[in-house]
Design a protein around this ligand. Structure first.
Ligand code: GTP
Length: 598
């Protein structure tokens, strides 16, 4: 019975605890890749991912393993992204499995991300197999970490695998436990097709490649399929599995994990979490858990060189093909000209898109301060969303304004509790509770405005705890808040791209800091440039950039021509990253300064 010999599993771990290394080892052990093909961290495909050492896109690999019981099993390993921005994608990839390896660094212990993902796995009723990784390290304390897992998560660790992904220890034991403990898929092969979409990517030749887990029924070439959330219908051109190379097969049946190609042009038709069914014999109900993912963070992207506008649009179109969660629409700023307002899942997602545009498409960008989605109740009773500070209603029309809050959990060693409390309070956090994990570490829970963590909260958290804190958050809802729009004026002209929505109690301090920072960043011009922060018509802070007196070339004592040329070149380069705002030249850093302040 084929179905009885399938095992679908994923690996959950905190960032850097060794998930990718372990996946590589498992691929190697099962012979999915020959030594020659073996390349470090096969599952993390994109260069950018590799450079940043994080997993962004999900991938799935089918492996064959001959177990000690003499049977050959088909193992599907589904990779999950490890960052808070992609929690929903994690939950869908978990829903495609029956089991999970919980990898915990034996020298570090349980971290916030581990916990968040374990809870997701428990929600999906997965069989969890604890693996203590990095036992080769002299600092490894497997017994302490085992206790921690038992106490915090309540998982029995008597069978926990002692492993070193790096040294190749424990790999066979992990595979044997997967066979013994993870249940085989349960679906009905004769029921109408239900396949869960857990990822997709765009291929220039084949169109969208949809990653699925078949739950009931089967799917093959020629099948007419329907996407239940979008109601779109397609004819299947091919189905296959990743071995990890794309390999075409005749059909995908119950329990199988693989891909479907159906001449789909747009990834937005294939939403993660949606159910594929048979168009002629559809399932009555889609699989549970589908959710439309909405961006949480917005910012403006403007080409530094105005002639790049069309290229930027094309770049966004291309990126969108592969990224259903990226949203954008044209936007015009008086200060910056033509650009796009873009929506992202979180800050990391934003940085990744920004970097890809600059790197892969070669378009230097100017990004405005990221902002979250505020909601405003108008005096006429209407509720509107504010994606951009420029949409802030006038004071007279505004009844109240709300901002998104998150529940943030932070795990730290005891000695940093004070530092974390101070940081969270300075970010308008409301203390919820503090729980001791063991004698050395605690979990702190805060309710915090999302707008306070989209700035540099993560960096601050790391630097105030020497990197020991781990952090996770989930959206908890909207709350009324005293928010105002603060504008920045240069030489009397309002720079719309620098406007931010801030809490009233913080506006003065924030305005003052922005003006001070801008003063240092805006080069002297031929005239005096006042920098002002204002709420409505009321100026709350001011700095002045003094007029320029000397010619740059005066420094060169007239003589050395190559030096002069170099200086001019340098100036020209600097200019490129400047944006003319009214009569004033503003460098990119000034725009960044608005968000980096604290
Ligand atoms: P993300 O992709 O960011 O989620 O990280 P990851 O969990 O996939 O971690 P990765 O496999 O990239 O490993 C992180 C670091 O730990 C790398 O430098 C690995 O070489 C190292 N590492 C992984 N497994 C072991 C191990 O068993 N022993 C030791 N000493 N180092 C390991």
């Amino acid at each position: 019975n084929r179905q009885a010999n399938i095992r679908n599993f994923c690996i959950i771990a905190h960032i850097d605890h060794g998930k990718s290394t372990l996946a590589d080892r498992i691929l190697e052990y099962t012979g999915a890749l020959t030594q020659r093909e073996m390349q470090d961290q096969v599952l993390d495909k994109m260069d950018l991912e590799r450079e940043r050492g994080i997993t962004i896109k999900l991938q799935a690999v089918r492996l064959q393993y001959k177990a000690d019981d003499g049977e050959t099993y088909l193992l599907n390993l589904i990779d999950t992204p490890g960052h808070v921005d992609f929690t929903y994608e994690v939950s869908r990839s978990l829903a495609a499995c029956e089991g999970a390896l919980l990898v915990v660094d034996a020298a570090q212990g349980v971290e916030a991300q581990t916990l968040a993902n374990v809870y997701l796995a428990l929600d999906s009723n997965l069989e969890i197999i604890p693996v203590l990784n990095k036992i080769d390290l002299p600092s490894a304390e497997p017994d302490r970490v085992k206790n921690e897992i038992e106490e915090i998560i309540g998982l029995d660790c008597s069978d926990a695998v002692m492993a070193s992904a790096k040294a190749g220890i424990g790999i066979k034991e992990i595979l044997e436990q997967i066979i013994r403990k993870v249940p085989a898929p349960a679906g009905d092969p004769d029921a109408p097709l239900k396949a869960l979409i857990f990822d997709s990517h765009y291929d220039a030749y084949k169109g969208v490649i949809v990653y699925v887990r078949v739950v009931d029924g089967s799917i093959r070439k020629g099948s007419e399929i329907k996407f239940m959330a979008t109601n779109k219908k397609f004819e299947v051109i091919e189905v296959g599995v990743f071995t990890p190379h794309m390999t075409i097969v005749d059909e995908l049946s119950v329990g199988d994990v693989g891909f479907v190609v159906a001449g789909i042009k747009n990834v937005k038709d294939t939403r993660v979490g949606d159910t594929i069914t048979d168009a002629r014999n559809p399932a009555a109900e889609p699989l549970p858990g589908y959710r439309k993912i909405n961006p949480m963070v917005y910012c403006g992207l403007y080409p530094i060189n105005t002639e790049d506008y069309n290229d930027l649009r094309e770049a966004l179109e291309k990126l969108e093909l592969n990224d259903a969660s990226l949203q954008y629409e044209p936007e015009t700023s008086t200060a910056l000209g033509f650009g796009f307002r873009c929506g992202f899942l979180g800050l990391l997602h934003m940085e990744i898109i920004q970097e890809r545009i600059e790197r892969e498409f070669n378009i230097p960008l100017l990004t405005t301060a990221p902002s979250v989605i505020f909601r405003a109740k108008l005096t006429n009773g209407q509720m509107i969303e504010i994606h951009n500070p420029s949409n802030m209603p006038e004071a007279g029309k505004l009844e109240y304004i709300e901002e998104p809050y998150v529940k943030a959990s932070i795990i730290v060693p005891n000695e940093y509790v004070g530092a974390i409390m101070e940081l969270c309070q300075s970010r308008r956090g409301e203390f919820v509770n503090m729980v001791y994990l063991d004698t050395t570490r605690v979990t702190l829970t805060y309710e915090m405005p999302l707008s306070e963590i989209v700035y540099d909260f993560f960096d601050q958290l790391k630097s105030s705890t020497k990197g020991y804190a781990s952090f996770d958050y989930e959206l908890s809802g909207y709350k009324q808040s005293k928010l105002v729009k603060m504008d920045i004026m240069l030489n009397g002209e309002q720079v719309d791209a620098l406007s931010v929505i801030v809490h009233r109690d913080k506006a003065y301090q924030r305005g003052k800091l922005i003006c001070e920072k801008m003063k240092d960043l805006i080069p002297r011009q031929m005239f005096e440039v006042p920098i002002q922060a204002a709420i409505g018509t009321k100026v709350i802070a001011r700095e002045t950039v003094k007029a320029l007196r000397k010619n740059v070339l005066a420094k060169c004592y007239g003589g050395d021509i190559t030096r002069k040329r170099k200086l001019l070149e340098k100036q020209k380069e600097g200019k490129k990253r400047m944006k003319q705002v009214g009569s004033v030249e503003v460098p990119q850093e000034a725009f960044m300064a608005v968000l980096r302040i604290d």
